[in-house]
Design a binder for this molecule. Structure first.
Ligand SMILES: Cc1ncc(COP(=O)(O)O)c(C=O)c1O
Ligand SMILES: [Zn+2]
Length: 369
């Protein structure tokens, strides 16, 4: 991987790029991919060159993920009093969530490096995606998820042939169990939360929006647990601006649940500790996201906000999206719309603004009935 190195998100220390280094040797913070010459290894995404960590000019394992449609959302526009609201339907991705963007890139890097067995932990969607792409790549996968993960997601992990480990306790327990399993067996920990390659895959989200939107979005409103989509969007937009393809980065807003809002607290500069309360938005139920500081920084630098929403509003929006737009989103995805409602109410999004909201996952995988 001579065209890239890894750089610490906090102290900027440089590291060689491999599949094993997931944290800074100096300060322990997560790492990002840095390109020695961005133009030398680019993939074409929506007709634009996007710097990528793979050596080939196309992904080694892919199901043509991404390329998701954007549609106008008139009922949402009316409900929040904002003239132009668009949804990007990530739920139509091969495994039903945006995670396929990051997993396709992460496992394409793993393939290039000859990795044959990986360990991952997930609230469900990333695990299902890793299981699917690992099956396609001929890589053996072990996925750790909370024992409270929806049955459909656990079933999906198993049907792709991965070994699914249901771990009692909070989401962090699954991460600990995965790390212990990896260490005991000397396997590669393909953690989508820590992997710098996963984020290189979620960048495609920004490239697509840039070419799909009839006029540039002023705001992108994203449900955030660990922040992989938000950081990928930020990186992607920054590359587009640096390369002269885009004029500016939209305001990126991070939406969390009231029960798990460490990034909102980081953004506000206050202390937050999990108090045992739970949320129906399982994908963003993350108490200690490793990239917390990086996410809050991207939100701040883009001019966005970080807000927390209630389960009551999440359910209300899940129903509105289904009954008025024909879109069955999972509760985690509906949280972004509850966030848009609050942003509009507080004047952070104005009636004349253009807003894009990803519908990050399918309701079919997290049905409450
Ligand atoms: C449907 C859905 N949306 C959003 C998220 C949040 O993604 P991230 O943890 O990368 O912020 C997740 C994470 O599992 C998810 O499953
Ligand atoms: Zn560091």
């Amino acid at each position: 991987m001579s065209h890239i190195h890894l750089v610490c998100t906090e102290c900027q220390a440089a590291h060689n790029a491999d599949m094993l280094t997931l944290g800074c040797r100096e300060c322990g913070s997560p790492l990002d991919v840095a390109y020695d010459s961005p133009e030398s290894h680019a993939m074409t995404v929506s007709g634009l060159p996007m710097p990528a960590p793979i050596h080939a000019d196309a992904l080694g394992v892919t199901m043509r993920e991404g390329n998701t449609p954007i549609v106008p959302l008139p009922a949402v526009s009316e409900a929040v009093g904002v003239g132009s609201v668009w949804g990007k339907l990530e739920m139509v991705s091969p495994t039903g969530s945006f995670k396929d963007r990051g997993v396709a890139m992460m496992l394409s890097v793993a393939m290039e490096r000859g990795v044959s067995e990986i360990v991952e932990d997930s609230s469900g969607n990333a695990g299902a995606s890793v299981a699917a792409y690992a099956a396609r790549a001929g890589i053996r996968a072990h996925v750790f998820a909370p024992d409270t993960a929806p049955r459909a997601k656990m079933g999906q992990i198993r049907v792709y042939g991965a070994s699914a480990h249901a771990v009692p306790g909070a989401r962090e327990q699954s991460a600990r169990a995965a790390e212990a399993y990896r260490r005991a067996r000397g396997l590669v920990y393909a953690s989508h939360n820590l992997s710098p390659y996963f984020i290189e895959g979620t960048k495609t989200f920004a490239y697509e929006i840039h070419t799909q939107m009839p006029c540039p979005a002023d705001h992108t409103v994203i449900p955030v647990g660990n922040g992989s989509l938000l950081i990928g969007a930020w990186k992607g937009y920054c590359e587009l601006v640096a390369g002269g393809a885009a004029q500016s980065v939209p305001r990126l807003h991070a939406i969390q649940s009231e029960a798990a809002r460490p990034i909102v607290a980081e953004f506000e500069g206050v202390e937050w500790r999990a108090d045992g309360s739970t949320t129906i938005a399982g994908g963003i139920s993350v108490g200690a996201p490793p990239r917390k500081a990086q996410v809050a920084r991207a939100v701040r630098q883009s001019g966005g906000r970080a807000l927390a929403v209630s389960d009551e509003r999440i359910l209300w929006w899940q129903n509105l999206l289904a009954a008025s737009e024909g879109i069955f989103a999972e509760p985690t995805s509906a949280a972004a719309f509850a966030g848009l409602e609050l942003l509009a109410k507080r004047g952070h999004v104005r009636a004349s603004d253009t807003v894009l909201v990803p519908v990050t996952g399918s309701g079919l995988k997290d049905a409450q009935f």
